[in-house]
Design a protein around this ligand. Structure first.
Ligand SMILES: Nc1nc2c(c(=O)[nH]1)N(C=O)[C@@H](CNc1ccc(C(=O)N[C@@H](CCC(=O)O)C(=O)O)cc1)CN2
Ligand SMILES: Nc1ncnc2c1ncn2[C@@H]1O[C@H](COP(=O)(O)OP(=O)(O)OP(=O)(O)O)[C@@H](O)[C@H]1O
Length: 179
């Protein structure tokens, strides 16, 4: 696929997102969190990969805090490592790392098998493949994982292309949750 096309689309999505995250973010977040909770209930996901949000991403903190109180759920978040990340159990304290992303401390416990991954996106193309910040970290993570959890993309206001912009390695959504 035409790489320039993808990077132009990424730039325009980030602009839209910066704009849309300034208006009614609180309500959009709440709507999306409710939908995510319903999906987690319906699928009975127990081990869930979430993320600690940047300012333009859906605010997952209330969901993380709620799920953490449930003894039957294990919540994991990315811990950046070389050209991708590993996953660690969400726990305090958090530290600000590369790209302004907060992470818990490193952990040497092996993670359980993930049932569901909730993933922030910058955009999607017509076939539901993810466009992210362009570092390929999620793509590499799932490529190396060796099995496929349910992939759920979230975005405040969906930025969707009406063309195929993705490449073979780009991850594809099972569900896209937006406000
Ligand atoms: N919340 C969150 N955690 C995540 C990701 C993500 O997209 N969101 N990642 C997904 O791979 C990994 C980190 N990779 C990243 C790679 C690049 C940029 C990036 O380019 N950020 C912009 C600033 C974005 C903003 O402030 O809104 C930049 O630095 O210009 C961010 C994360 C793992 N953890
Ligand atoms: N599984 C993989 N193995 C090796 N390289 C990869 C893999 N996935 C992606 N890459 C490389 O990573 C770079 C960025 O990929 P891409 O443009 O798809 O990022 P993205 O999906 O938008 O970003 P991200 O996943 O970090 O949010 C590309 O050069 C791509 O070739």
């Amino acid at each position: 696929m035409n790489v320039n096309h993808k990077s132009d689309f990424r730039k325009s999505c980030i602009k839209k997102l910066e704009f849309s995250s300034r208006f009614s973010k609180f309500y959009k977040d709440k709507i999306i969190i409710k939908k995510l909770e319903n999906l987690i209930d319906k699928s009975k996901a127990k081990n869930i990969l979430l993320y600690i949000p940047l300012g333009t991403e859906v605010d997952t903190k209330p969901l993380i805090n709620k799920l953490r109180k449930n003894k039957n759920k294990n919540i994991y978040v990315p811990f950046m490592y070389e050209d991708s990340f590993k996953i660690v159990k969400y726990r305090l304290p958090l530290h600000r790392k590369k790209f302004g992303i907060k992470e818990p401390n490193n952990s040497f416990y092996k993670a359980q098998k993930i049932d569901m991954a909730i993933i922030p996106i910058v955009g999607v193309d017509i076939i539901g493949k993810r466009i992210g910040f362009g570092k390929g970290m999620y793509d590499r993570f799932f490529d190396r994982l060796g099995y496929k959890p349910i992939l759920v993309f979230t975005q405040l206001t969906l930025c969707k292309s009406d063309e195929i912009l993705s490449e073979k390695h780009d991850i594809q959504a099972d569900y896209i949750i937006t406000s």
